[in-house]
Design a protein around this ligand. Structure first.
Ligand SMILES: [Zn+2]
Length: 340
């Protein structure tokens, strides 16, 4: 395990959910609004994945529900904080799809609305987190809109979305939007260094993750690292003339979506190397591969391959036959590289 204490089970000793360093400005604005009793009852947190939007939403929940909160943060020890940690706080409602990729349905929204119409079980705030908000189907979004139009006192809604443009405009206009941006590189790097084992390279990972610290942390886990290594070995093998069909078999146990994601980002990096030089690339770990591709592939070929990968990603949603898919892709790449 490469992460220090990440995802450790909650305990009385555990620190409460706190905002991350790059959330400080928003957090202090919220604290002022709470103090003046003018925190908008519906907040929409937007931004790319990997910036800690849900962590920030949970920190707000902890702060509002904590029974002994300090001036700036929740205590982490009171019964409310402990109930929240366990996921069973009666005034905390988390609405999400039943399975990844599924919709948040209207009956889920209605059940939540009925619950928040009752007074808070523990006499304070009621918190509703909706994530990912764009997963609500149109009926669910309309039902939520009705609930937001007739706000119950001390009921705080936090909608979290990577793709806010997919939310109905009427719903967006009912929320105060707070965009979360990637932190300054040094801030993200310092935070990441505290989460990683000493042999891991926070700067390389953070760059590979486009400056998004939680995404960088994800990239450091075996779930992401193993397919990256294997894909790299596979590409090196076909570069040396190995049979692409045989090589494709090695990749069959990995998510095709993440393999395609790697290929896309590596093609983009090769193009950056070609056009702007080494300083412009995002993930320096594959530099030998980029140099090799740069020599053999023209910019036009790289752009064409990129378009094909995008189409492949799209087709994947309807036809997820990964083995054939990755084989076809490797055969094509082999041909482009000149090994017929
Ligand atoms: Zn507390």
């Amino acid at each position: 395990m490469s992460l220090k204490d990440a995802g450790a089970s909650p305990s009385a000793e555990q620190k409460p959910a706190l905002p991350l360093p790059w959330h400080a400005e928003i957090w202090h604005q919220w604290l002022r609004q709470i103090q003046d009793d003018r925190l908008p009852h519906a907040i929409l947190l937007t931004g790319l994945p990997g910036l800690g939007k849900r962590t920030l939403a949970r920190a707000l929940a902890h702060f509002l529900l904590c029974q002994q909160a300090g001036a700036h943060e929740p205590c982490g020890r009171c019964s409310s904080c402990q109930l929240l940690d366990s996921g069973f706080h009666p005034d905390w409602h988390s609405l999400e799809p039943e399975a990844p990729g599924k919709a948040i349905r209207v009956d889920q929204v209605r059940a939540m609305s009925t619950q928040v119409q009752q007074s808070a079980q523990r006499g304070g705030y009621k918190l509703v987190l909706i994530w990912p908000a764009e997963a609500m189907n149109i009926n669910a979004a309309n039902a939520l809109l009705k609930t937001l139009e007739e706000p119950e006192p001390h009921t705080q809604f936090v909608l979290v979305s990577d793709q806010p443009s997919q939310l109905p405009a009427t719903l967006r206009s009912r929320c105060q939007q707070w965009p979360i941006k990637p932190p300054e590189f040094s801030v993200g790097q310092a935070w990441l260094a505290c989460q990683l084992a000493s042999e891991q390279q926070p700067d390389v990972l953070l760059r590979a993750a486009g400056g998004r610290p939680l995404q960088a942390l994800k990239l450091s886990t075996p779930e992401f690292e193993e397919p990256r290594q294997l894909l790299l070995q596979t590409l090196e093998a076909i570069t040396r003339g190995a049979d692409p069909s045989e090589q494709a078999v090695r990749l069959k146990n990995f998510s095709l979506s993440s393999l395609l994601g790697y290929l896309q980002s590596w093609l983009a990096d090769t193009l950056r190397l070609k056009l702007m030089g080494e300083a412009a690339i995002a993930d320096s770990r594959q530099l030998p591969l980029y140099r090799h591709w740069q020599r053999l592939l023209s910019s036009q070929q790289l752009l064409q391959l990129d378009t094909q990968l995008k189409q492949a990603h799209h087709q994947l949603m309807t036809n997820p036959n990964s083995e054939l898919f990755i084989e076809a892709l490797l055969i094509q790449l082999t041909q482009e590289l000149g090994h017929e």
